[in-house]
Design a protein around this ligand. Structure first.
Ligand code: SAM
Length: 210
């Protein structure tokens, strides 16, 4: 059923080789696209960083199946490429510490997360007070959290909560602009491309794990 998740008891129990055919025992996943949707940005990450391993986490079965098929097709079409990206169906708000060790991740991406406009639903926002500590646990010191949304109210909420948290600091805007990933955040993902087509606003914030 849609709400049933098989998840590892401990990160050591994850079979990464099943997802990344060439990964060796001294390598690990360092980039996580949280709520990756249809995987457009994940594919871009794989192309930009051929020597790093990236994972997309997606809760919807059909959507995660689509991304897995997409990656399989890309690997067939371009032998030797796209072996560094994979998609996992899971609830990222619940199971991150089951998959990732402390300080494993170097970058986390929250691109166009669901806004959950109503106040009563704010607790469902994927960036919230309680979860920020969990994200800090799996992120290494100096690691980065990238956030992008077209909803100004959500952007303000993200910045407020991240800045209030003792383990994150926002990057100054010149550093945000200089990051080679920044231009890709606008339209690599399907949601980002939609916002560009509709000539909507984009609100970017990047935070460093202290
Ligand atoms: N990041 C993608 C993009 O920019 O195109 C998708 C954005 S979409 C608005 C938000 C995605 O987050 C949806 O695909 C949704 O299923 C996924 N999602 C929501 N809550 C999640 C959770 N707890 N764990 C994993 N994925 C989640």
């Amino acid at each position: 059923a849609d709400h049933c998740f098989d998840y590892p008891a401990h990160p050591d129990d994850v079979d990464w080789q099943e997802m990344y055919p060439n990964i060796t025992s001294d390598q690990c996943v360092e980039f996580a696209d949280i709520g990756c949707g249809y995987g457009g940005f994940l594919v871009t990450l794989g192309e930009m960083f051929p020597d790093r391993f990236a994972i997309g986490l997606e809760i919807r079965v059909k959507v995660s199946d689509y991304v897995m098929d997409r990656i399989k097709a890309l690997r067939t079409l371009h032998p030797g490429k796209y072996n560094n990206i994979a998609c996992l169906r899971t609830n990222a708000m619940k199971y991150l510490p089951n998959y990732f060790r402390k300080a494993q991740l170097d970058k986390m991406f929250f691109l166009y997360p669901d806004p959950h406009f109503k106040r009563a639903k704010h607790k469902w926002r994927i960036i919230n007070q309680a979860l920020l500590s969990e994200y800090a646990y799996v992120l290494r010191k100096g690691g980065l959290v990238y956030t992008m949304t077209d909803v100004e109210d959500l952007h303000k909420w993200i910045v407020l909560h991240m800045e209030q948290h003792p383990l994150y600091e926002r990057l100054p805007s010149d550093e945000e602009k200089a990051d080679p990933i920044t231009p890709k955040l606008y339209q690599s993902s399907e949601e980002g491309a939609k916002v560009v087509r509709n000539k909507g606003d984009h609100f970017l914030a990047i935070f460093r794990r202290i």
